[in-house]
Structures are given as structure tokens and as C-alpha cells.
Design a protein around this ligand. Structure first.
Ligand code: FES
Length: 97
């Protein structure tokens, strides 16, 4: 089960989530990282859930077309859309950008 370290507003939150967890889905049902994760649509349309991956990016799948469309050059800076990620490995993310 992946350990998720999440930085937001200068604070750090850590929890273990189930395999294949999606952080936006979890936040939607008021689980970690609720209420700290910023998101809106949950469908790869708004980019509100954009996070910069600080560690564990090598375990993520390649960005999908929604991430490519919404993040553009930010992909090269390590950004991903949390709503498009189903986590299977430890990861560290930030929305402090
Ligand atoms: S929540 Fe809208 S793109 Fe992820």
C-alpha cells in the first residue's frame, strides 16, 4: 500500500492509502488528503488538482492526453493531475507552487 506525502500551504501530511487509490476520489469522500487537496472536476478538465511530484514519479504511468492538454510545459517540471493518477507506489507531491 502506497505511502503518500503531501505538501500544501507550508504543511506536510502523510498517510498510507490503498493500492490504486486516487487522491481526488479519496478527497471527494472526505478521506486523506481532504481537506487539503485542491481539486474541482475530478475528470481531467480543470487542472485544479495539479501537483508537482517530488518523489516517486518514476513509478507513475506516462501522462495521458488530458494531462498533456492541460499541463503542457508543466509536465517537464514534474507536474501531474492528481485526478488522473491511481497510485500503486510511494509518492511525494506538493501543491505549494
Ligand atoms: S480535478 Fe479537474 S483536472 Fe483534476
Amino acid at each position: 500500500m502506497p505511502t503518500v506525502v503531501f505538501h500544501q500551504a507550508g504543511q506536510t501530511f502523510t498517510d498510507v492509502v490503498k493500492d490504486n487509490a486516487n487522491l481526488v476520489v479519496l478527497a471527494g469522500i472526505k478521506q486523506f488528503p481532504y481537506p487539503h487537496l485542491k481539486y474541482r472536476c475530478g475528470m481531467g478538465k480543470c487542472a485544479q488538482c495539479a501537483c508537482r511530484v517530488l518523489a516517486g514519479a518514476e513509478n507513475l504511468p506516462l501522462p495521458n492526453w488530458k494531462e498533456e492538454k492541460l499541463l503542457g510545459e508543466r509536465l517537464e517540471q514534474g507536474f501531474r493531475l492528481a485526478c488522473q493518477l491511481w497510485l500503486t507506489h510511494d509518492i511525494e507531491l506538493t501543491q505549494d507552487v
